[in-house]
Design a protein around this ligand. Structure first.
Ligand code: GRF
Length: 213
């Protein structure tokens, strides 16, 4: 049986597209059952519509408090009964209504814990690192602080600006996200402290995907 994915986006949605393309093959083990966004008129939503995947938009500005927004978002996600929520370029911090209900995986364009936050590529360039990359991790209540699932390095070139470096990172990021989501769906996962492993066999004391962190 295929895992049900709800994917959250805020922008161009190329990571979403990679998941949609991968999920076209039944052997992937997961299907994108809905795409949610925090804003209208983005290419990410158009990609979902072209793939005939249902979409929803829950704007922070339409809610009196951040907690009310989080609850409204959780209610929309719940309609699609996901096994896993994927934050793929979703530029909002998720709250407990979402995080306590489903495991959430995020992709971040830096090697965490270096350069968390919304300007990871710019910050890495400004720091002058020679190697950066991307991280796929479980989401917790902090900003890009959840347990790491997978990472891959990307070299910084002398001639890089934020745009060229981010594009090279995104090429790696899309492949890594697809690989991780597919394995989570097919193999399951468990965590011991911050260390996440694929596979359903857990040792005593491990967190399993059923009681996700
Ligand atoms: C990705 O690099 C993601 O890590 C970052 O924003 C980018 C989203 O790209 N938060 P896209 O919308 O999937 O093309």
């Amino acid at each position: 049986m295929s895992s049900r994915l709800v994917v959250l986006v805020s922008g161009s949605g190329t990571n979403l597209q990679a998941l949609l393309d991968a999920a076209a093959d039944d052997a992937f083990g997961a299907a994108v059952v809905a795409v949610g966004a925090d804003r209208d008129g983005i290419e990410g939503l158009a990609r979902a519509e072209r793939a005939a995947v249902p979409t929803f938009v829950v704007r922070v500005g339409d809610h009196a408090t951040r907690a009310a927004w989080d609850a409204a978002l959780a209610a929309r996600i719940a309609e699609y009964k996901p096994d896993l929520v994927v934050s793929a370029g979703f530029m909002k911090i998720l709250g407990p209504s979402v995080l306590d209900a489903w495991p959430v995986v995020n992709t971040h364009p830096a090697l965490l814990p270096a350069f968390p936050g919304a300007h990871a590529v710019r910050d890495a360039l400004a720091y002058g690192v020679r190697v950066t990359g991307c991280t796929v991790h479980l989401v917790d209540a902090g900003v890009d602080t959840g347990p790491v699932i997978a990472q891959e390095a990307v070299a910084v070139r002398d001639e890089d600006d934020e745009g060229t470096l981010h594009e090279r990172i995104k090429t790696v990021e899309r492949r890594l996200l697809v690989e991780v989501v597919g394995r989570l769906a097919r193999e399951g996962w468990h965590a011991h402290g911050r260390r996440v492993r694929f596979g359903r066999v857990a040792q005593p004391g491990d967190t399993t995907q059923e009681e996700h962190p």
